[in-house]
Design a protein around this ligand. Structure first.
Ligand SMILES: Cc1cc2nc3c(=O)[nH]c(=O)nc-3n(C[C@H](O)[C@H](O)[C@H](O)COP(=O)(O)O)c2cc1C
Length: 154
């Protein structure tokens, strides 16, 4: 299958997980491409509207994996904007993972996943699975491994 890992990452954590997913899927025989969603300015200023420099087109992929950090107990505004209008996502199977610094999923991760689910729905796509990496948790490596394992089984 042709798999697109569409990733926003400000400081590299989410991208590092995306790269592990990419490697695992490639070994499993899929054609995988990481595409980054990029804002015009990488400086995060609360209250300042975000504009996108790069908004990858998901339409070439059979399966899309969305990846984003949590910002302010929510989906990062860059990914939220990217998902706000994305016709190429319609009818695609979508999976996602988010990374957050804090140790508990209720500290933003769950909310961010709900926002991704809603974004998929509003673009006519279904979110089939999700994962959360709590970066400061002692369980981080296991969380990453379990996301990679789940996606490897696509
Ligand atoms: C503006 C901002 C807000 C953040 N808010 C949260 C938060 O509400 N909860 C949390 O657990 N982590 C929060 N974080 C931490 C990031 O989610 C975490 O470091 C993430 O892994 C960064 O991913 P990246 O390196 O791919 O950008 C925030 C980071 C930034 C820059």
């Amino acid at each position: 299958m042709k798999v697109g890992v569409i990733c926003y990452s400000n400081t590299g954590n989410t991208l590092s997980v995306a790269q592990k997913v990419e490697q695992a899927l490639a070994v499993a025989g899929h054609t995988v491409q990481i595409e980054q969603v990029e804002p015009v300015s990488s400086e995060i200023k609360p209250g300042t509207p975000v504009t996108l420099k790069t908004a990858p087109d998901p339409s070439p992929y059979d399966v899309v994996i969305l990846a984003s950090p949590v910002h302010a107990f929510s989906l990062a505004p860059v990914m939220k904007l990217y998902l706000s209008r994305l016709p190429g996502l319609a009818n695609k199977p979508v999976h996602c993972f988010v990374t957050q610094h804090l140790k508990k999923a209720w500290m933003g991760g769950n909310h961010a996943v709900r926002q991704i689910r809603a974004g998929c729905k509003s673009n006519g796509a279904e979110l089939l699975s999700s994962g959360i990496v709590n970066w400061s948790s002692s369980q981080r490596d296991q969380q990453i491994e379990s996301i990679v394992d789940r996606l490897r089984a696509l």
